[in-house]
Design a protein around this ligand. Structure first.
Ligand code: MLT
Ligand code: ZN
Length: 446
């Protein structure tokens, strides 16, 4: 990169918002779990959509690629800089609009954290529906771009179901602003929906109009000890009858043990006493613990409210960090129809080299497993391909909520098939003809 591009970018966003110093760049160049590394000649921190547009035009004129980044909590390398690209940090987009209680909506900047959005909604008596462990750091922009899911999808759906509109800057610097939040509109295809899950390859999202949901203050959780994963899956029809059902999470015994050990807490149930644990959360306007207890009277487990309920989710939220403290795992995020979960785990286990540690947890209701393998060594690539192939063969997906990033581009075409993949590629080429928006993500570099 020439010094003149850095100077031009400084002229757009201001001297203090172009970071070239290696120490300042470092946190942007490695993801939070130290899985992905890259280098960037500079980190650019625009403060408005107009500045993003100018940054994109400036970089396009120089033929330099741009990698957008939010909270850097991604798990597939999609927001770590590569091959001399400028890192476009969206951290300054922290504006939060007034909550509209009539429409139950709010507009949030791309750099607003999920936790800040939740707190903002709750201050108005409402809530934001998408939630997961990295809430304090993960941002609205990143969640939109990966179509994030988390623990409450069983009740409210993924990010796609929350996004009513977006503001986004296209590769040519034009700005699309669709933030009216109309709940009904059939005036052509819905561009915001196209951008959800596009991982920064089609546009840079600067703000989102989000659906809000009721804030259910009364909660009760249960951990159920199941004989097997098949038993755990078999609970779903019964659990789905609960009107207050808010989350159905899966912790295989080793995941429960690893998280509790990391936190230094006593497990709610002995991890070795079951083949799988299901963590159920209920939330309502009145205490749901009785209906939960009544439903689960035939099952072995504990019901928890208040601080004990919060501890259960504290444990659940820390599984990823606990695994990360043991090493850098091979990390996969697959989903299959729930009736095939057991087959998927069996095939995964059979593919492991001796000495490898398998830590599996996830979102049971969506058949979404987070497969973590520590110590796979030279067998890592083979294990990865076995698990991804099994997921596809069983009618599932190679990515349920983390995205494709740079980690799984070789699998997108294989999974989608030539027609659907061709359509996605045609959209990419039409919107980003120079291929400068997050190249190497979703699609292999052309
Ligand atoms: C989770 O459910 O905790 C996240 O998706 C993180 C992970 O898979 O490691
Ligand atoms: Zn997850």
């Amino acid at each position: 990169m020439t010094g003149s591009l850095v100077d031009d970018l400084r002229a757009v966003v201001g001297q203090q918002h172009v970071l070239t110093d290696a120490d300042l760049r470092a946190t942007y160049e490695t993801d939070w779990l130290r899985q992905w590394h890259g280098t960037t000649p500079c980190v650019v921190r625009p403060g408005s959509a107009a500045e993003v547009a100018d940054v994109l035009r400036t970089c396009a004129a120089a033929g330099v690629a741009v990698v957008p980044q939010g909270g850097n909590t991604g798990l597939v390398g999609g927001s770590v800089p590569r091959a001399g690209a400028v890192l476009l940090s969206m951290q300054r987009f922290t504006s939060l609009g007034e909550v509209d209680p009539l429409a139950m909506q709010v507009t949030a900047g791309a750099g607003v954290t999920i936790e800040a959005l939740q707190q903002h909604a709750r201050a108005a008596g409402l809530d934001f529906a998408v939630d997961w462990g990295a809430r304090a750091t993960a941002t609205v922009g990143g969640a939109v771009n990966t179509n994030a899911g988390g623990s409450r999808v069983v009740r409210f759906g993924t990010m796609r179901a929350q996004v009513l509109g977006l503001q986004a800057v296209l590769a040519d610097g034009s700005v699309i602003t669709q933030l009216d939040g109309l709940p009904k509109e059939t005036a052509g295809s819905h561009l915001p929906s196209l951008l959800v899950g596009s991982e920064g390859t089609l546009a840079v999202v600067t703000a989102a109009r989000m659906r809000l949901v009721p804030w259910y203050r009364e909660t009760a959780a249960a951990v159920i000890a199941c004989d097997s994963l098949v038993h755990a899956v078999g609970l779903l029809p019964m659990l789905r009858q609960l009107p207050s059902l808010d989350a159905v999470e899966l912790l295989m015994p080793h995941a429960l043990a690893v998280a509790c050990r990391h936190l230094g807490v006593t497990p709610p149930l002995d991890p070795s006493s079951a083949g799988a644990f299901v963590l159920v959360d209920c939330a309502a306007h009145s205490d749901p613990s009785d209906e939960l207890a009544q439903l689960l009277q035939q099952e072995r487990g504990v019901i928890a409210t208040d601080a004990r309920r919060d501890l259960l989710f504290h444990i659940r939220d820390h599984v990823t960090i606990a695994i990360g403290a043991l090493g850098v795992p091979l990390k996969l995020d697959v989903a299959v129809p729930v009736q095939h979960l057991d087959r998927l785990v069996r095939r995964t286990t059979a593919a492991l080299p001796s000495g490898a540690q398998l830590v599996v947890f996830g979102h049971l209701a969506e058949g979404n497993l987070h497969v973590n393998v520590l110590g796979a060594g030279d067998a890592a690539a083979e294990v990865r391909d076995t698990v991804l192939a099994a997921a596809v063969e069983l009618g599932g997906t190679v990515s349920a909520e983390h995205g494709i990033g740079v980690a799984k581009t070789d699998w997108l075409q294989r999974m989608k098939g030539p027609a659907a993949f061709g359509a996605l590629l045609a959209i990419k080429r039409a919107l980003d003809p120079q291929g400068l928006l997050n190249p190497g993500v979703l699609f292999p570099v052309e």
